[in-house]
Write a protein that binds this ligand. Structure first.
Ligand code: GLA
Length: 373
């Protein structure tokens, strides 16, 4: 990202007489920089919007947002990696497509929560691949939120409130009915820890993740997924129908025997949610026991369920999972919303992913934060 210097801030003030005077502020508003991490989810997929359990961690790659003073009543935005720009009024951002929906939506949703923002010049860049299932979108949202609040001189609200505001950006501005998994992971990540998330109570419990000489890697399947356009919203809708048919508020409360009597595919969707949450508890126990072979087996079981019961895998992902398993992975699975994106794999000491697949090593890093100027 280009380093930006700060020149003395000057404001034009209109006097009652109609005369315009130029006033220098005592101390220029500083440039604000914020980082939002991407995330990996160890296990607990498509459970978040079913009030179930998840086990993600924030990674050390993500999105960096820089915000410098400009016009107080407007934002200009530049997506450095795409070399594209946007501009909109602070007071009333209009809906837009693609990445522009994120900046506009984050500004609008923070203001909806009562935070009075100040315009400026935003730019962002990232090192988490877009559309690869590592949640570049939540990384961008949380980094934007932290930068916008700091630039306006506002204290940070509770991180659960921030997660909800960022999630509304996805739901209402981008059109993806995603849950809170990605935002909570980005906002609560802790170095060396995964996070056991209970999506009913929204309790966040850090669990040590000691990899030793084992490696967790993500590999891009080559199929970009886009939640809004994929079957993600359809899966959400099926889960809601399954819960309604069972007479429960969410699939978290479903009884396995009753779920098994649902018509296809609703029965399989419900079974996945119940078994996947149970796998989170088993994975937490495995992490506490530093039992990585068991974690690998849970990754495999999660993948089989996402492929056969929740049906969110695609041929390219299947081919990549098979390749990684053949190379000696202790476990490999599709990660995130599905229909493409990344595969997560766990490799024992001394066993390597094939060099040609472009594996990225991932380990738990810290949460979203403001960066030193
Ligand atoms: C995406 C969504 C999350 C979650 C996962 C599937 O990452 O953003 O809310 O539903 O898919 O577990």
């Amino acid at each position: 990202m280009v380093a930006i210097g700060v020149s003395a801030a000057r404001q034009l003030v209109e006097r009652p007489s109609g005369m315009i005077a130029t006033v220098s502020s005592a101390s220029p508003a500083p440039v604000v920089r914020a980082f939002g991490p991407g995330r990996v989810n160890l296990v607990g997929e498509h459970t978040d919007y079913n009030d179930g359990l998840c086990l993600p961690f924030a990674i050390d790659r993500g999105v960096t947002v820089e915000l410098r003073p400009g016009r107080d009543e407007a934002f200009s935005v530049r997506a450095e990696d795409l070399a594209e720009e946007d501009a909109f009024a602070v007071a009333d951002p209009a809906p837009a497509e693609g990445w522009r929906a994120f900046a506009r939506g984050t500004v609008a949703e923070l203001q909806r929560d009562g935070h009075t923002l100040r315009g400026g010049e935003l730019r962002f860049t990232g090192d988490v691949p877009l559309g690869a299932g590592l949640s570049s979108s939540a990384a961008l949202e949380v980094a934007l939120a932290l930068a916008l609040l700091a630039h306006a001189g506002l204290p940070e609200p509770g991180r659960h409130d921030l997660a909800r505001a960022c999630s509304r950006v996805e739901n209402d501005w981008v059109g993806a009915r995603t849950g809170l998994l990605d935002q909570l992971a980005a906002l609560y990540g802790r170095e060396g820890h995964a996070l056991r998330l209970d999506m009913r109570t929204l309790a966040v419990e850090p669990v040590p993740l000691e990899l030793g000489d084992w490696r967790l890697v993500t590999v891009d399947s080559g199929v970009a997924h886009a939640h809004a356009g994929s079957g993600y919203n359809q899966r959400r809708e099926e889960a809601a129908r399954a819960a309604a048919a069972l007479g429960v508020a969410s699939l978290r409360d479903a009884q396995a025997a009753a779920a098994a009597r649902l018509p296809d595919p609703l029965g399989r969707r419900a079974r996945h949610v119940l078994e996947e949450s149970a796998r989170v508890e088993e994975a937490v126990a495995a992490l506490r026991a530093v039992d990585l072979p068991t974690l690998g087996a849970l990754l495999d079981a999660s993948h089989a369920s996402l492929r056969d019961l929740y049906e969110v895998s695609v041929d390219e992902v299947e081919a990549m999972v098979a390749r990684l398993k053949a190379a000696g992975a202790a476990g490999a699975r599709i990660m995130g919303g599905g229909f493409g994106g990344s595969v997560l794999a766990l490799f024992p000491p001394g066993v390597r992913p094939p060099t040609s697949v472009g594996a990225i090593d991932v380990r738990p890093g810290p949460a979203a934060r403001l960066l030193a100027p």
